[in-house]
Design a protein around this ligand. Structure first.
Ligand SMILES: [Zn+2]
Length: 442
């Protein structure tokens, strides 16, 4: 254990060492190395190397006390060891020096959809152009048709396997967007499936209304009329409890800032937070619009300007970057990570799991891509799937390990946190805990 970790732990736990507290937990995890991502334990990704920050907010030879599904105490293993005889065997998890991180958070996904597009993938590799595929009813239109045609049970079954794949790599919270219905009934069906997934697997699901994703074929050349429909459907679905946030696709090939503004204006009047697919292919001012509405996140961002980064910093908006789409599209324009660092805009990363541009259900591989393709540090990509991803979803009690936070944890058989971003294809997960309960089967 290093000296600074010791003093951090002592300071933070001094008041909580009385016998009654130390014997009151529902569960204790002992002999742990912990990547807390908590400022209480020195996590400060913006500080330079000579400052008093501790990478990952890491603690060695540490322990966690859990009560009522929350983290109730974090301290040195030695501080709990004399109290262990008070606990039943099944109340103690000895992790034997393995690493605990917050449960991972995938903060930008489209995992609910019908069909898939491997046929287009195959055709493109045989030389068929995007335009020809689109002309034959392919692309997003194909996914919209398959999603509209699917029964709710079929849509659930198709989407469930993607959620399970993510959970098998430590995901305990996920954002799921609509946006392949583009009509009221199918947008409702997608959001309902997202809620059902959260209920069946008892994990946190944030739902996002993304009807402003693409123009449905029946509204060809009538984008303003479609946006009017999008604005009519939102209060209906919100009243049904299906909407946690509102998103759109702001791009020359999708919707303009003025059209998105109409959706955001309505979302604000309903007290719903906003986020946006912005600056993926060009810079038309999407992130500045998100910042104006104090949005949770602006996502993609390859073409984002420094001027708009300053606006995101001022509005506390998270930059969500999506290396899976960059990889699939063989993009070459890197997101402006250096300028995001300079202005202390928190960066999250996510799978962007979708059937067209990112058929990716591995957050571990996404972390590796974040490092290799975008030159992020291992600490940045890990913060990007924990504390910063939680901020991108407006979940202040998730994504870090400190007293008062939800006991959503992942246990890893690794030598150091960087292993999670370094290895490709080897899954070192040992278990996940959600709201204080270990899950036997994921
Ligand atoms: Zn997306």
């Amino acid at each position: 254990m290093n000296e600074s970790n010791n003093s951090v732990l002592k300071n933070s736990t001094e008041q909580m060492l009385d016998e009654s507290t130390m014997t009151s937990f529902d569960h204790v995890i002992i002999n742990a190395n912990i990547a807390t991502f908590s400022a209480h334990y020195g996590f400060n990704i913006y500080e330079n190397e000579d400052a008093d920050s501790i990478p990952y907010g890491q603690l060695h030879n540490a322990a966690i006390g859990i009560k009522n599904g929350k983290i109730a105490w974090v301290g040195a293993h030695d501080q709990i060891s004399t109290h262990l005889p008070h606990y039943q065997e099944n109340q103690v998890t000895d992790v034997d020096g393995k690493w605990i991180t917050p449960g991972l958070i995938d903060c930008h996904t489209h995992i609910v959809y019908g069909g898939n597009r491997s046929n287009e993938f195959e055709a493109r590799l045989q030389g068929v152009s995007y335009q020809d595929i689109a002309a034959q009813g392919g692309g997003i239109v194909a996914t919209v048709s398959a999603t509209r045609a699917a029964s709710i049970e079929s849509l659930f079954a198709q989407s469930e396997k993607r959620l399970v794949a993510l959970m098998k790599e430590g995901v305990t919270s996920i954002e799921i967007k609509s946006g392949y219905g583009l009509d009221l009934d199918t947008e409702r069906k997608m959001l309902t499936v997202a809620r059902q997934l959260g209920e069946k697997y008892d994990i946190h699901v944030s739902t996002t209304y993304l009807a402003a994703h693409a123009l449905p074929p029946e509204y060809k050349n009538r984008a303003d009329d479609y946006i009017e429909q999008v604005c009519e459907w939102l209060p209906i679905l919100h009243a049904e409890g299906l909407v946690d946030a509102v998103d759109g696709f702001c791009e020359n090939i999708a919707f303009s800032t003025e059209q998105i503004r109409r959706v955001f204006e309505l979302a604000s009047s309903l007290n719903l937070p906003v986020k946006l697919h912005s600056e993926q292919l060009s810079d038309i001012g999407g992130s500045a619009l998100v910042a104006e509405y104090k949005g949770l996140s602006s996502d993609h961002l390859e073409h984002l300007s420094e001027e708009d980064i300053k606006k995101m910093a001022a509005s506390n908006t998270v930059a969500v970057i999506l290396p899976g789409a960059f990889y699939t599209l063989r993009d070459t324009k890197l997101p402006p990570t250096e300028a995001l660092r300079k202005h202390h805009v928190p960066m999250a990363i996510s799978t962007d799991c979708n059937p067209g541009t990112s058929p990716l259900t591995s957050l571990l591989l996404t972390m590796n891509m974040g490092c290799t393709l975008f030159y992020l540090t291992t600490e940045e990509v890990l913060a990007g799937v924990t504390v910063h991803a939680a901020q991108a979803l407006g979940l202040p009690n998730k994504g870090k390990i400190e007293v008062g936070c939800d006991a959503d944890l992942a246990l890893w058989n690794i030598a150091r946190p960087a292993d999670l971003a370094y290895q490709m294809g080897l899954n070192p997960i040992q278990g996940i805990m959600v709201q204080g309960q270990w899950r036997d089967t994921i």
